[in-house]
Design a protein around this ligand. Structure first.
Ligand code: HEC
Ligand code: HEC
Ligand code: HEC
Ligand code: HEC
Ligand code: HEC
Ligand code: HEC
Ligand code: HEC
Ligand code: HEC
Length: 444
């Protein structure tokens, strides 16, 4: 009898505990459009962010292609000899790319471009569909330089120049969609996976979880995730699921957070480490400075800002807005950094800041004494032209660039000083000059 009561209690308690999580589990993706009716202002700014705009469905009339689509593009990369891609418009005005075989020019394959990626001032890439999957074609238009450049030519051409079909693991669905689409599901079929998703880009529900239950009863608490209300690390992982590099758990066969044994996507609020692992010595290495795109989360984890519980949203508005890079305050005139550090008397006035930086105070005009110019080095790319800002906020001393250059001249690490002092880079003598200048100003 006693045992029975215990069992009843157990059942009751587990029903009560499971109820909210069951409600979340049953929730379905409804699409960002559904959120617009009640969250008009947020929808209005999110709509114009790169989170929403990066991929577009291409139609003959929406003009998402930013280059005059004609002529023949010549491409060469690595060991692959020069090959040609012919651009043309179909009778229905669709956009077509014809890959010509470099070994036997009588062979060619024509693909219809169905989507574009980017085109907002830097680069644009083009996707074709084969079967259920999309593939990025081997041509990339660089807007800044107005030039065609190859993009993963090796996925489409063999080393003798002959054409090949990219393998399914190279498809957008298998290697990119977990970070570039919302509501991704992968269904196992004979030869790999069949993919589906609810939204082409980063929709509301990628950061808030599926919203059908919340839309039904918006006043009921607990039906939608607010990252701010999650434990600090879990909230950070909402951005970290994409602004990072790693592979699936446990097999490591997919290049984004995923449980590849149970074929289950990462669930917001659960520890990301249950879905994502990092190659030792690489992206998760606490000693390394990130050197390429989407590593902001790894960087932040090893910064003093992580210890101090600073979130991405303290500096970036997740929903966009007026500032460049979705910043909540201006970086170029130090308003952003000083909104917190200005309280410290070391940074309370331009004179005090000059003491710290040992440079003139002209953050907006010359960039001198702009906190980010020394503390957020553009580390990706080359020492001369980095693009992505390091997010560990650490000073990278010229000594480290020198040391790395001496070990491997191809491994260039831009430092806190050579973004402006361009002569203090490039070769061993340059980095050495940089190290000496640093010591003269800041000591060892
Ligand atoms: C029918 C109107 C309605 C729709 C549609 C709607 N919401 Fe809400 N949402 C609300 C209201 C009202 C609140 C405030 C509830 C409260 O104060 O607890 C809210 C609160 C929220 C919160 C904050 C929750 C918290 O705990 O702080 C988030 C996040 C959110 N909504 C996201 C979404 C997303 C994403 C969608 C689309 C999938 C969506 N909403 C669609 C009305 C709506
Ligand atoms: C890139 C991730 C991301 C996307 C996309 C996103 N949100 Fe949010 N949202 C957040 C974060 C993070 C917070 C918490 C902000 C903070 O720390 O205060 C938040 C907070 C909210 C809140 C709580 C109130 C507020 O203003 O802070 C609402 C409501 C909301 N989001 C709705 C939406 C809707 C609707 C969309 C789509 C139009 C959307 N979000 C898209 C990350 C996102
Ligand atoms: C679904 C994956 C995903 C999530 C989740 C995500 N991002 Fe992004 N984010 C991207 C991608 C992809 C881009 C680049 C889009 C492009 O350039 O085409 C981007 C770009 C950005 C940019 C640059 C915007 C610009 O104007 O250049 C910022 C800032 C940013 N994200 C911040 C955040 C923050 C903060 C969060 C968490 C609240 C977050 N992201 C969550 C995928 C994601
Ligand atoms: C682990 C998540 C993740 C995966 C996987 C991923 N991306 Fe991204 N990607 C991002 C984020 C986050 C950004 C924006 C932040 C940045 O660039 O630092 C971005 C930026 C981009 C950009 C805009 C910046 C640029 O280089 O022009 C393109 C294009 C892009 N990704 C294409 C792809 C393609 C193609 C794949 C698959 C082969 C892919 N991404 C796989 C997260 C990812
Ligand atoms: C202390 C402030 C701060 C925090 C915290 C922060 N960022 Fe940034 N972020 C910046 C600044 C400043 C820039 C550079 C903007 C510029 O050049 O005007 C930037 C740039 C970016 C960019 C554009 C690409 C690049 O690196 O240049 C992305 C994407 C981005 N941040 C994502 C994130 C994500 C994701 C997080 C959390 C893991 C985060 N940031 C945390 C200040 C911050
Ligand atoms: C939301 C508040 C906030 C913002 C915005 C912010 N910081 Fe911080 N920062 C902190 C806190 C808190 C600490 C830890 C305590 C301390 O060292 O002052 C910290 C620590 C640091 C440290 C490390 C100090 C050490 O001991 O290693 C550096 C460097 C730094 N911040 C630079 C910046 C830069 C550069 C910006 C602007 C891009 C910035 N911070 C924006 C709050 C902020
Ligand atoms: C000319 C380059 C330069 C600029 C610009 C710069 N710093 Fe620094 N900062 C340094 C150096 C060098 C150190 C010492 C680093 C070390 O020993 O690892 C440092 C250390 C720090 C520290 C940690 C130690 C301390 O002194 O508290 C903080 C916090 C900091 N800087 C914040 C800022 C803020 C905020 C700004 C903008 C107002 C800024 N820095 C601008 C070069 C710079
Ligand atoms: C935003 C650009 C910028 C950054 C970053 C920068 N400097 Fe400078 N530096 C200048 C300018 C401009 C001058 C000329 C004097 C002035 O305006 O303060 C200068 C002057 C100097 C001088 C004296 C004159 C000379 O050329 O030798 C030294 C030494 C120096 N910087 C060292 C450094 C070191 C070390 C770092 C990295 C911690 C650094 N600078 C980072 C722009 C920069």
């Amino acid at each position: 009898m006693k045992k029975m009561v215990g069992l009843k209690w157990l059942v009751l308690v587990s029903v009560l505990v499971l109820l909210p999580s069951l409600a979340m589990a049953q929730a379905k993706y409804v699409g960002s459009g559904k959120c617009a009716s009640c969250h008009k202002a947020i929808y209005g700014t999110w709509k114009d962010t790169l989170h929403n705009k990066s991929q577009q469905i291409l139609t003959p009339d929406n003009g998402s292609v930013v280059v005059d689509w004609k002529g023949t593009v010549k491409l060469k990369a690595g060991k692959i000899p020069e090959v040609s891609v012919k651009l043309s418009r179909g009778a229905d005005r669709s956009y077509m790319a014809t890959l010509i075989d470099g070994k036997d020019p009588s062979k060619e394959i024509t693909y219809t471009v169905v989507r574009t990626y980017g085109g907002w001032g830097w680069k644009q890439r083009y996707q074709a569909k084969m079967g259920n999957h999309h593939y990025i074609l081997p041509i990339q238009w660089n807007q800044a330089t107005s030039r065609w450049v190859p993009y993963n030519l090796q996925n489409w051409y063999n080393e003798d120049g002959s054409i090949k079909q990219p393998s399914m693991d190279k498809s957008f669905e298998m290697s990119c969609a977990g970070c570039h689409n919302t509501g991704l599901e992968l269904k196992k079929v004979d030869k790999g996976y069949e993919a589906s998703y609810t939204e082409l880009n980063t929709g509301c529900e990628k950061c808030h979880g599926p919203g059908s239950e919340h839309v039904k009863s918006p006043q009921t608490k607990g039906k939608i995730i607010n990252p701010r209300k999650l434990p600090y690390e879990r909230g950070l992982e909402v951005c970290g699921q994409c602004h990072s590099r790693g592979v699936s758990v446990p097999e490591g066969i997919i290049g984004f957070p995923w449980n590849d044994k149970d074929n289950k996507p990462y669930q917001l609020g659960e520890p990301l480490s249950k879905y994502y692992q990092f190659k030792p010595g690489e992206w998760g290495d606490p000693q390394a400075h990130a050197k390429s795109h989407h590593q902001q989360w790894h960087d932040l984890l090893r910064s003093a800002h992580f210890q101090a519980r600073v979130t991405c949203s303290d500096c970036h508005n997740p929903h966009g807005g007026a500032g460049g890079f979705q910043l909540v305050k201006s970086d170029s005139n130090n308003t952003l950094c000083l909104s917190c550090h200005g309280k410290d008397k070391k940074f309370a006035s331009p004179a005090a800041i000059r003491e710290h930086t040992k440079h003139n105070y002209a953050p907006e005009t010359k960039g001198t004494s702009r906190c980010s110019s020394c503390h957020m080095v553009k580390t990706a790319g080359s020492a001369e032209a980095g693009d992505i800002h390091s997010h560990d906020f650490k000073i990278i001393k010229p000594h480290l660039s020198l040391e790395m250059f001496r070990k491997d001249p191809k491994n260039i690490l831009p430092n806190s000083c050579n973004g402006c002092h361009k002569d203090r880079a490039g070769d061993e003598a340059g980095f050495l000059k940089g190290a000496q200048a640093y010591e003269a100003k800041f000591g060892k």
